[in-house]
Design a protein around this ligand. Structure first.
Ligand code: CP
Ligand code: NVA
Length: 313
């Protein structure tokens, strides 16, 4: 285990080299898996997963990753912990760190993962907060590299829809990894201005990170088009209002026709067909969402290896 716990709470926690190392290692681990090559560096280790929101992909891909690497998993829905009866986060963090080797957390505010990390002697990994989804973005970039090659700097990546956790992690990834990103979001649903300003300041000078209102402007000649639900977990009561506002941001064949002919479409899933994406685009030739979902498992193995120091360095 490294001297200091290697927390991963947002993309900007890691530098370019670390981000690329994790993604490239995930590609190697994917090959290992395809060749049925046993890889069990986590034997004797236990991953805790503290989840306050539902999850299909993140939960199961982390669990499968840990099991395939020879480790064990303890899944902890927060409603079953003493947290729900008021035990402080700092007590929970210190106790869990005595049992576990790593903790993945899915919750609401970013301050919750920050508080857990502050008090935890083991790595804390953000498995989604209202503000960030940093593991997802790395498997998404891995997917982009598989389809578009390693040189991200020549790509135009578009984000269409809500300026949410996914959008904000994409913004940090654009700055950290060096690719151009244009986001189209409705006026009142923009990403956090501070995250945007910081990313623009930190990005290499050749990299453009732009926020526009017009979705056609964002996807024009884009190589990659990304979208996500219009109402994230915790915003269910806003869903109807948002539908009307976001309809011009639907990723459909018409919008896609403005992108490059060989553009790929990403969606972190779960998708709402007929809302942020149409059935024909989601199931069409340009959609890479199933590979994208698969890559979460390979990427999570790589993050776990890095966080727990399971790789000889
Ligand atoms: N993409 C993603 O995080 O999916 P889940 O909510 O199913 O984990
Ligand atoms: N923005 C979505 C992502 C789901 C994986 C949400 O937070 O619900």
């Amino acid at each position: 285990m490294p001297d200091q716990p290697r927390h991963y709470l947002m993309v900007s926690d890691l530098d370019r080299e670390q981000l690329l190392q994790i993604i490239n290692r995930a590609m190697e681990l994917k090959k290992c898996r395809k060749q049925n090559f046993p890889h069990r560096p986590a034997e004797g280790k236990t991953l805790g997963m503290l989840f306050e929101k539902p999850s299909t992909r993140t939960r199961i891909s982390f669990e499968a990753a840990m099991f395939q690497m020879g480790g064990a998993v303890s899944f902890m829905p927060s409603r079953d912990l003493q947290l729900k009866r008021g035990e402080p986060l700092k007590d929970t963090a210190r106790v869990l760190a005595r049992y576990l080797d790593c903790l993945v957390v899915r919750t609401f505010g970013q301050e919750i993962v920050e508080e857990l990390a502050r008090w935890s002697d083991i790595p804390v990994i953000n498995g989604l907060t209202n503000q960030h989804h940093p593991c997802q973005i790395l498997s998404d970039v891995m997917t982009v590299m598989e389809f578009k090659g390693q040189d991200l700097s020549s790509l135009k990546i578009a984000w269409v829809g809500d300026g949410n956790n996914m959008a904000q992690s994409w913004i940090q990834a654009a700055a950290g990894l060096g690719f151009s990103l244009v986001l189209a979001c409705p006026e009142d649903y923009k990403p956090d201005q501070e995250i945007l300003d910081t990313a623009k300041r930190q990005a290499p000078s050749s990299v453009k990170i732009e926020l526009v209102v017009d979705p056609v402007e964002a996807v024009r000649d884009a190589d990659v088009i990304n979208t996500d639900v219009w109402a994230s977990m915790g915003q269910e009561e806003e869903a109807e209002k948002r539908k009307a506002i976001f309809m011009p941001y639907q990723v459909n064949q018409d919008l896609l026709s403005h992108a490059k002919k060989d553009a790929i479409v990403l969606h972190c899933l779960p998708a709402h067909r007929g809302e942020e994406i149409t059935e024909d685009v989601l199931e069409g030739d340009q959609s890479v969402v199933w590979d994208q979902a698969e890559n979460k498992m390979h990427l999570h193995k790589s993050v776990l290896e890095w966080a727990m120091g399971l790789r000889s360095e």
